[in-house]
Design a protein around this ligand. Sequence first.
Ligand code: ATP
Ligand code: MG
Length: 554
Amino acid sequence: MEKEVVSKNFIEQIIDKDLSEGHCTTVHTRFPPEPNGYLHIGHAKSILLNYGLAKKYNGKFNLRFDDTNPTKEKSEFVESILADVKWLGADFEDRLFFASDYFDAMYEAAIKLIKKGKAYVCDLSAEEIREYRGTLTEPGKESPYRNRSIEENLELFENMKNGMYEDGAKVLRAKIDMASSNINMRDPVIYRVARMSHHNTGDKWCIYPMYDFAHPIEDAIEGITHSICTLEFEDHRPLYDWVVRELEYEMPPKQIEFAKLYLTNVVTGKRYIKRLVEEGIVDGWDDPRLVSIAALRRRGFTPESIQKFVELCGVSKANSSVDYAMLEYCIREDLKLKRPRLMAVLDPVKLIINNYPEDQLEYLDVEMNLENPELGMRKVPFGRELYIDREDFMENPPKKYFRLFPGNEVRLMGAYFVTCTGFEKDENGNVTEIHCTYDPETKCGSGFTGRKVKGTIHWVAAKTAVKAEVRLYENIIDEEKGVYNEDGSLNLNPNSLTVLKDCLLEPELAKAQPYDSFQFVRQGFFCADAKDSTEDALVFNRIVSLKSSFRLPK
Ligand code: ATP
Ligand code: MG
């Protein structure tokens, strides 16, 4: 028998090696968002990667809010992040942490470094520190405060904590190497004085740790074994290693970098999305045109589709962009068999069957999803007056148009064959109603084999149709094509939202609850809008159309 070869990604290879060499005995990962915005599809990759590794190795996964920077945090963001991580299926159980809970431990860690002669209080201004730091080609210059005694440093650092200095007047710096070829190692600042209230610790602290110092400590405290982050932190790894080594943690965590996920045709950067939200261009962080997780959920994407997408993207060390069409492929594949295929007319025009009894309404039995009998059957009302989509009729059709035109016969999906006998127009030349006759022999499911027709169109019965608003989307900004116009305004796609107000749906769709999705036959996948759809005024978002030229790479 052939053995299935499962290739491991580079992170799994590192983990395997660490386990076999005894650098760790278990696998413990984390996702550490800063609560300063909503999570997006790139974060989903990081979440599912970290969670997936923990699961695969029978380890643990933490959700940790990286809330050490008191300026931008908002509880709205904490709430949204919690909801998004849960929705994605990354189960952090009771392992929810806040980095700000470790401020005391971080302060103690700083004292430990001072006592080891590995940190000093520096009086240089921010400007001077920058000057002294040197450049990529020139080494840095040592601060005149670098050789303060341990006692003096301990006293000054305590004074910093006790609020005796103005913001920015003094900082604590790691004492590493001003001549290092890595600028991050040139005595980086690890604590600063900043009088800012913190959402968790209030006014307890007027000194706050810098990210590069705080993050490894957070990981070490939680027993993280593999601290997975994105490539821009590669140059910070020596500092990460320095911090965990100097603080003498027993099983120090290891930082591993992977390439960020970029998507074509969309915008993920928080500052751009923030601007769209703040200028009222979009309907909040969950506007279905965005690729925040909340927006994707509202648009109708499922956790499974995003999991599949992330899996297809793989993990790599090289930056690249993934085609948005691949995300669309994943949601189509996910919904194709799972969800009912129902009839919806987006641009209705009336179709009258002249030989059908006037007040008769019959209920046809139609499969919910032809390809998945498990979804069962539904009753679809059929009557003398129907609506069809305007584009399914043409007065003067081109060759190979197989839908309705005078004299032509088509199949009404799930119902009968009808032949177009005429139509009426208004003074502007718009078709107002189409007339036809039906052949009772041709009822769907009756086994009729007398003749074939080339076209099948969808329809809804006028008497029982349910009105709805349908929203069609295109992406709003393309980060790759440029976010800004020359004058600094945002380079928006004018067609990002099309609202169709007078759509008519088969009555089955009246039951749609928020986030319920459906295939509207021949048109695409649609989802009941969680914010705006109500029982009396249905609103559907188009998740994705049915057609695609996207093919999975072999
Ligand atoms: P943004 O660039 O949107 O502001 P961020 O990196 O500042 O995002 P954080 O809250 O700091 O947001 O990120 C939390 C985690 O998500 C980090 O580990 C970060 O590396 C990871 N992450 C952020 N963006 C991406 C992405 N595009 N692809 C994969 N991982 C990402
Ligand atoms: Mg960040």
